[in-house]
Design a protein around this ligand. Sequence first.
Ligand SMILES: *Cc1c(COP(=O)(O)O)cnc(C)c1O
Length: 344
Amino acid sequence: MEYIDLRSDTVTKPTPEMREAMATAEVGDDVYMDDPTVNALQEKAAEMLGKEDSLFVPSGTMGNLLALLVHCQRGDEVIVGDCAHIYVNEAGGMSALGGIHPRPIKNQADGTLALDDILSAIQTEDVHHTITRMICLENTQNICGGVVLSAEYTQQVGEVARENNLSLHIDGARIFNAAAALNVDVKELVAPADSVMFCLSKGLVAPVGSMLVGTKKFIKRARHLRKMLGGGMRQAGILAAAGLISLETMTGRLGQDHARARILFEGLKQIRGLGLDASPSSNMVYFDLQDEVKLSVNQIVEEMKKRGVLVDWAGPRRFRLVTHYWVDDAGVEKTLEALAQVLK
Ligand SMILES: *Cc1c(COP(=O)(O)O)cnc(C)c1O
């Protein structure tokens, strides 16, 4: 069966055009920096984000970890949202591998960290305290609903960072979704950041890989640490070829996924038993099951699968549905029909 797969935008398989480009990519040994396709991807990513340089990494998790390792020393502290992927979903890498201490503060419902909360989390110089070194933002903020942080807000956090001699890193796994939702150039969204990670492997449809972006000096150090972590990938141009197509053809179409997420949201509102979050800002729709629904989330997952739709729960009574390149209007309609049937 051809499934409609709304579990995540990570499920996006490469397009025929990507597979063709991968098959014919010019390659070299990227550890020698000899792979022309990787080099082209890195140049293009840096240029699009308005930064000096960039590095192709196997995953977003490695990209974020590299940023933490470059900006921080062991024992340093990082201010991070309590709903941040870096804090919740990266297996504690910053502590386990970097000896870096997370200082979680509350993510507001709109995905931001309140400026006052950031300011009061910055450690004062005292023999008892860690040294605050870095602030991490996430845009779009996944757990808060795929919500979008504005350029103005990011600018304000950038000022706080500069005034307090801190680095600012953006976990921009879906930064192009944020740019599309706000209708701004992605450069503007990341201008205040010292480093940014974004994923090619999610809404941008490439099979593998993420980009870490920053100054030349930052990337030079990150390249060294990437090798240390085992992320030197040799003929990686095979993968970078797909990433180039992501940057060229996928960044401009994300608005379509957002429009479909809104159609899905409107349809879900018509189905009894669902408590929906606010209208989606990007490509994610979150909802809760109300008490009248007697099925468990796992039963719903199973029943949806029988009807050709893959969904995943996000909590004991909560779902997240994600639209992407391979979900068209018919897919949205089929999803709504299936769910209405399952909950009847
Ligand atoms: C997916 C994701 C990552 C990590 O990317 P992987 O490639 O899965 O390691 C980091 N941050 C956010 C917000 C993500 O959604």
